[in-house]
Design a protein around this ligand. Structure first.
Ligand code: ZN
Ligand code: ZN
Length: 588
């Protein structure tokens, strides 16, 4: 039943894309049409307008769509020859390009070599194979939501087109619910909140995809790293530090250079040798392992480092802290015997669970990412080892009671992995932690240990990204908490608000006492009204305000106000400090 519904919804959304193109043709007859596929919750269509659209014009297009929809036009398919199609679309360069591809047999979605499928609705004809609803009457509720620039075929060398996005649902209520969700997502957008709360900036003179953390943003990053270091130390990980560049030779040995070069930056010369910015921390850690003879007694050997890596992301895909060109992986490599695999995974899963709890991300599942055996270019070829590794991971997932889905073709080139997908406050999925089993690399780089029986053997490797990327995690947490961080992560934990100038001295005393205990604290010394200062602190999303008036000064107490408006008067400073300290420790 669900499948059938999805299919109908797909056809309806796809038909709405035709309706959009029809309306555009009516209003802007000189427009060139590219393509208009279905996407999650809706559709888009790419156009080349003669004159670029102004902000309000999508409203006009939407109105035209509604007018056309009322005419109840039906969709009619016909098959025509390549020659007929070329004639029909003679003024449409993008369609002509697709027709050429159909001719070469590359576009099964539009036709078959000598035949082209077209659909007509009213006066609008498009290259298409369907499926559609029968007529416009069956189109549900829709709304055009935004426009964006998009390169033809996603290639930056091609012309930039105008993409109009729309959403479509069966009922008004479903549409309304989704629009509310979009509104809420906009309010939570970490790029917007990052600016408002002064957490990070992106400056064109430094470069795209290279966010700079301000003092407040750096607090969040440091707190995450401090917390990770603490739980890792308790679990027996050994912190290391390694440089951000390395000789290109090592990446040729590991295979990164062959399998990963599209995201690596070009090599540069130092003293006649080629170096690269590291795209991954693995080789650096391997060399630390390899620097001494190791025995079975050294295993499991757990190295860890928040290692900043450099990867190429297309300009169009960069987004605040979410997609960047310099990312910090909270990266660990565990070298171990095969017998230790299950325990080490269990240990890491425990760390991940603890961390998600501290982040108040309580809903998550895992994806078992396997190789696609038919894609030999992408993976190290050795089917038996892949199969074995995949089976081990599936058993671990089951033994640890994790909900999971399987995905072929999502593995790393050196092994299958368990990826953790978390759901945020808006029920959106985000990929975070990753645990990867690598049965290849130790052999390839000749990493060894001497076993109990005196024989030299290769360890296996667990690659672990605790959150995967600190920058991405910050973006997710900013949106998840809507900027109102729990006390342990809040850049400013307490704001002291003296009611009048007379309380400044007492405010400074309170400040000193709390500051010396390690709290992140500020005094609002402006000569504004108390109400105004409270509103300001609320806007900054500071968890606690301490309000100091004559009474508090006389009684040597404080009044506390939380960011959601709860107030308590006449508490002792010690009691308050104790409460906040406990919240920081317990991460709630
Ligand atoms: Zn169609
Ligand atoms: Zn690694």
């Amino acid at each position: 039943m669900k499948k059938q519904e999805d299919k109908n919804l797909f056809a309806m959304r796809h038909s709405t894309a035709h309706l959009l193109a029809y309306a555009v043709q009516k209003l802007y007859p000189t427009t060139k049409f590219a393509i208009g596929p279905v996407i999650e919750n809706g559709f888009y269509y790419d156009f080349e307008f003669e004159e670029s659209l102004k902000g309000e014009e999508i409203k006009k297009i939407e109105k035209e769509m509604k007018k056309l929809k009322n005419k109840d036009v039906s969709f009619e398919q016909s098959w025509i020859s390549i020659e007929e199609a070329k004639k029909l679309f003679k003024n449409q360069p993008y369609k002509l390009e697709i027709i050429e591809e159909i001719k070469k047999g590359e576009r099964e979605d539009f036709g078959q070599k000598d035949k082209v499928s077209i659909y007509k609705c009213g006066e609008f004809v498009d290259l298409c194979k369907g499926p559609h609803v029968k007529s416009f009457r069956e189109i549900g509720e829709f709304k055009l939501i935004k426009t964006a620039g998009a390169y033809w075929k996603g290639d930056e060398k091609n012309k930039m087109l105008t993409r109009i996005y729309g959403v479509a649902f069966k009922t008004k209520d479903e549409l309304k619910e989704y629009l509310n969700f979009l509104e809420e997502a906009k309010l939570r957008d970490h790029r917007k909140l990052g600016k408002e709360l002064d957490l990070f900036i992106i400056n064109p003179s430094i470069g795209k995809g290279l966010p700079l953390l301000t003092p407040k943003g750096a607090v969040i990053r440091n707190e995450i790293l401090k917390y990770e270091e603490k739980i890792e130390r308790e679990a027996g990980f050994m912190p290391v530090w390694t440089p951000h560049i390395a000789s290109v030779e090592i990446y040729k040995q590991t295979g990164h250079f062959q399998h990963y070069s599209d995201v690596m930056y070009a090599p540069f010369g130092i003293d006649g040798e080629d170096y690269v910015l590291k795209p991954m921390n693995c080789p650096h850690h391997y060399m630390i392992y390899k620097s001494r003879p190791r025995s079975y007694k050294d295993l499991p050997f757990r190295l860890t480092e928040p290692g900043t890596c450099y990867r190429y992301e297309k300009t169009g895909e960069l987004s605040g802290l979410l997609r960047v060109r310099a990312l910090t992986i909270d990266d660990s490599h565990i070298l171990m015997t095969e017998n230790q695999i299950e325990d080490e995974f269990k240990l890491c899963i425990g760390l991940i669970r603890k961390m998600f709890k501290a982040f108040q991300l309580n809903d998550y599942y895992v994806r078992l990412s396997l190789a696609d055996p038919s894609d030999a270019v992408k993976y190290i070829a050795d089917d038996a080892t892949w199969k074995k590794a995949g089976e081990i991971l599936e058993k671990i997932i089951k033994d640890n009671g994790l909900d999971y889905v399987k995905a072929k073709g999502e593995a790393s080139f050196y092994g299958p992995k368990i990826d953790f997908i978390v759901q945020d406050a808006l029920k959106r999925d985000w990929q975070m932690s990753t645990l990867q089993l690598d049965l290849f690399m130790a052999k390839r780089l000749n990493l060894t240990y001497v076993d109990k029986d005196g024989k030299t053997k290769h360890p296996v490797i667990l690659h672990r990204g605790l959150t995967g990327s600190i920058e991405r995690t910050m973006a997710i947490l900013i949106e998840h908490f809507k900027g109102a961080f729990p006390v342990w992560l809040a850049p400013v934990q307490i704001k002291i608000i003296p009611i009048g100038e007379d309380q400044l001295e007492y405010a400074n005393k309170v400040y000193q006492q709390l500051f010396s205990q390690g709290f992140r604290i500020e005094v609002d010394k402006e000569s504004e009204t108390m109400q105004k200062k409270i509103r300001k602190a609320q806007k900054e999303k500071v968890p606690y305000m301490i309000i100091l008036g004559k009474q508090e000064e006389k009684d040597k107490t404080v009044s506390i106000r939380t960011r959601d408006g709860k107030q308590e008067n006449g508490i002792s400073l010690e009691k308050f400090a104790e409460r906040v300290r406990k919240q920081v420790e317990e991460k709630n």
